[in-house]
Ligand binder design. Structure first.
Ligand code: GLC
Ligand code: CA
Length: 541
């Protein structure tokens, strides 16, 4: 079976602002990342994805780019980037950057020029439209929960944005804009990076402006900009460039269904792999729905069999920590979820801090948050709930939960910086940090090391088929991965309770060897089994 390098590889997401500060200004930077490459190598990481480090006014911490060709001085220089690439490559670590091409910052020279007059040569780089009776051109609602249109008095027109009003959307229908983006993509690949995580890529094409919202509540409201037809041509253009450089590409593809996704990835697709968003389903309280989590992961695994490929993840810079959402606050829950996703078919990503089971930030006041939406979220909960509950509820949804500084050791500011960092350090850092985890063989850190090792060496885990095994309990995830030469069985109880399951005969009849487990001896695979809370085991033949 021919195997591509990324099928047995493990990625690591770095949120540079919070990873490591090398020069004592409280903000993580490129030299800081370089200083931790040896750590990542030791963990077993094959490639890193670094969220945007381009010039930006930081309305959305780098996802609002004001110059695609410049590095934000807070992070360092282009020379530092070259150093980073070189040193990472010397260690055998590949480097992915973030490609943000759905929108720019409103401070990008293209937008500033576009905004200055209707005849600007850059006007058509963005979407502009006249309003109707002092109202926006249509009733679409963006991801901020507000209208997708902002009025510009100077030219008496509205411009379009899916995210913040300071992040105007680019007009992909314009061939000049496309060419400018394609040139930029080449620039970074020429510089030597190995690929991209592609931001919000399923939204670059918009439906006709007169399309009416079908359902303004659920995801239906987003249909006019989710995987809209016409997007195929742009994705194919980009794919041709990636291929010239043999680049690894990971698309953030929310709104692309598991039935549509197969044509997006794999050897004949538009990109190497994609991230789906569905399994992150959470209740209004912010708590994850474990049963749906399993069901959705299972559906994606089935729909993406054959030559298709997924990026697998539990956490990222947009989601609260897994321990607090899907788990029960314990390291045991962190471990069970780790095993559940890591052995699926696809390339697993670890988000910084996940490898030691970092928990949600312990923010005490609204002022301590950085996320612009936090205040508005709090105010809307405040209409229904008492002050304290409204705060807790709003906090439970905040992206800042996962953006607190990385906890390297027990020294002041968790070894992230020598001064007070840009975002509050979680006070758990004295008990939970990399240095301590490395000394404790029972830590979440060592489980990840073992899982990475397994992924590197097991053909079944890398490229084997996937099959779910039903065991009579919907929050117990059991699946088999099978290649021509090897099988693995993954068994995880994703609840905080002891549960009973029944193991099918075809599974128990095999001669499994225990590879790793939460219980020293694992469990013998009998007909009826009682699984301790957050039990996990991986078996192999
Ligand atoms: C993606 C990023 C998120 C950002 C948004 C707009 O979802 O992960 O952080 O705010 O795109 O670029
Ligand atoms: Ca710094």
């Amino acid at each position: 079976m021919k195997q591509d390098w990324y099928q047995s590889a493990v990625g690591y997401e770095i949120y540079p602002r919070s990873f490591c500060d090398s020069n004592g200004d409280g903000i993580g930077d490129i030299k800081g990342i370089i200083s931790k490459l040896a750590y990542l190598k030791d963990l077993g990481i094959d490639f890193i994805w670094i969220t945007p480090m381009y010039a930006s006014p930081n309305v959305d911490n780098g996802y609002d780019i004001s110059d695609y060709y410049a590095i934000n001085p807070e992070y360092g220089t282009l020379e530092d980037v070259k150093d980073l690439i070189q040193q990472a490559h010397e260690m055998g670590i590949k480097v992915l950057f973030d490609l943000v091409v759905n929108h720019t910052s409103d401070q990008h020279p293209w937008f500033r020029d576009a905004k200055s007059s209707k005849t600007s040569p850059y006007r058509d780089f963005y979407h502009w439209k006249k309003g109707k009776d002092n109202r926006p051109p249509n009733d679409w609602i963006g991801f901020s929960g507000l209208s997708t249109w902002t009025y510009d008095a100077l030219t008496d027109e509205y411009y379009f944005h899916l995210f913040d009003q300071k992040q105007p959307d680019l007009n992909w229908k314009n061939p000049k804009l496309r060419q400018a983006i394609y040139d930029m993509i080449r620039f970074w690949l020429e510089l030597g990076i190995d690929g991209f995580r592609i931001d919000a890529i399923s939204h670059i094409q918009k439906a006709d402006w007169d399309v009416k919202l079908q359902d303004s509540k659920g995801d239906g409201a987003y249909q006019p900009f989710m995987n809209v037809s016409g997007i195929e041509a742009y994705l194919s253009d980009m794919k041709a460039i990636y291929e010239e450089y043999d680049a690894l590409t990971v698309g953030e593809a929310s709104g692309v269904s598991s039935q549509e996704a197969p044509k997006w990835t794999g050897r004949n697709g538009y990109m190497t792999m994609l991230f789906e968003w569905e399994h992150n389903y959470r209740f209004e309280t912010g708590k994850g729905d474990v049963v749906k989590f399993i069901e959705i992961l299972d559906r994606w695994q089935v729909d993406m069999q054959e030559q298709r490929w997924l990026g697998l993840y539990l956490e990222n810079h947009d989601l609260p920590r897994i321990i607090d959402t899907f788990g029960d606050g314990s390291d045991s829950s962190a471990k069970a979820f780790a095993v559940a996703y890591f052995c699926l078919r696809g390339t697993p990503f670890i988000y910084q801090g996940q490898e030691i089971g970092m928990t949600n930030g312990d923010f005490k006041t609204l002022e301590e948050f950085n996320e612009p939406k936090m205040k508005r979220r709090y105010e809307s909960y405040r209409q229904l709930l008492a002050d304290k509950e409204a705060f807790e509820r709003a906090k439970a949804w905040s992206k800042d939960n996962a953006r607190t500084p990385m906890q390297w050791d027990a020294s002041c500011y968790a070894g992230f910086s020598t001064v007070k960092p840009w975002l509050r350090v979680n006070s758990q850092y004295r008990e939970k940090n990399i240095a301590l985890a490395q000394k404790d063989e029972q830590s979440v850190f060592y489980l990840y090391k073992n899982l990475i090792n397994l992924r590197h060496h097991s053909q079944a885990i890398a490229v084997g088929n996937y099959q779910r095994i039903l065991v009579g309990h919907e929050a117990v995830f059991v699946y088999q991965r099978q290649s021509q030469t090897e099988s693995c069985l993954i068994l995880v109880n994703l609840t905080a309770e002891k549960v009973s399951i029944s193991m099918p005969k075809v599974i128990r009849d095999k001669n499994w060897r225990l590879v790793l487990s939460s219980e020293k001896e694992g469990l013998k695979l009998k007909k009826s089994l009682s699984l301790p809370a957050y039990f996990y085991a991986v078996y192999q033949i």
